[in-house]
Design a protein around this ligand. Sequence first.
Ligand SMILES: NC(=O)c1ccc[n+]([C@@H]2O[C@H](COP(=O)([O-])OP(=O)(O)OC[C@H]3O[C@@H](n4cnc5c(N)ncnc54)[C@H](OP(=O)(O)O)[C@@H]3O)[C@@H](O)[C@H]2O)c1
Length: 271
Amino acid sequence: MVDKVDFAACYGLWAVVAGASEGIGATYAEALAGRGLNIVLVARRAELLRSRSSELSTKYNVDTKILAIDLASSNAIEQIAENTKDVEVGLLVYNAAFSAIGPFLERPLEDHIKEINTNAFTPLRLIYHFAGQMLARGRGGIVLMSSLSAFQGSAYISTYAATKAFNIVLAEGLWEEWRERGVDVLVCVSGAVKTPNYVASEPEQTGGLGDMTIDPDQVVREALNALGKGPYVIPGRMNRISSFFMRHLLPRKTAVKLMGRILREMYLKER
Ligand SMILES: NC(=O)c1ccc[n+]([C@@H]2O[C@H](COP(=O)([O-])OP(=O)(O)OC[C@H]3O[C@@H](n4cnc5c(N)ncnc54)[C@H](OP(=O)(O)O)[C@@H]3O)[C@@H](O)[C@H]2O)c1
């Protein structure tokens, strides 16, 4: 059981959750409100944000703000900075992502650039904006979402996986830079999660591995429990085992080929 008072003392008063309208991000927002933090909910769909926001303030008696913006756009950071200048942000959770699935050249170049903007450029700029304030206070936290696809090259989601590798390496470096200055950095390296977006991508079940999908609740619970204890967490025991196998037992070339086979089976079955 997490101590609500301790958590709020380390990471309050406000958390910014980028990508908070549904799935894992909405679950983060709820879990953080349950720990007593006020929440800035960021995503594109204003209506969904409004209903999440009123749920949180009614259920947990916390303050909320909503920001309906596109995190892929170049001025996303200015809008977030402007709308949070009057509150103390002690926790940044960057959850939003864009994933363009398919053979690399069959996706327009704009999709690959959008992946870089949504998954790497905007989180980098948000960290740059908020971390200075956290370090000055000597307390705070940053959580980035990554993916098991980032541990090696992942065919058919190559750019997505590369952006997620950026998040892992960035978070680990910043964890080491700031761990003795009161600011905890964590990257949550997740396997498949039953979110609306994942279900909408209609993945085929991959033969050998069975159903390894986990729930957003488990991802968020394990991530928030790991915050302040180390630079990264892999939620789910089966995901930890399979990632150990992929990273430490298989030659890297074999891991890349195996990942390619899994993704082909999941998304390119008909070819
Ligand atoms: N689901 C999985 O299987 C899985 C596996 C490994 C890692 N992850 C990682 O976990 C995180 C969450 O994944 P998810 O499946 O819950 O869903 P997601 O579709 O990647 O993102 C969900 C949230 O982000 C918001 N969002 C997406 N693009 C945005 C943009 N350009 N501007 C503003 N908001 C944006 C969405 O809201 P709006 O549409 O309202 O903007 C939604 O609230 C991602 O970082 C993903 O890479 C997921």
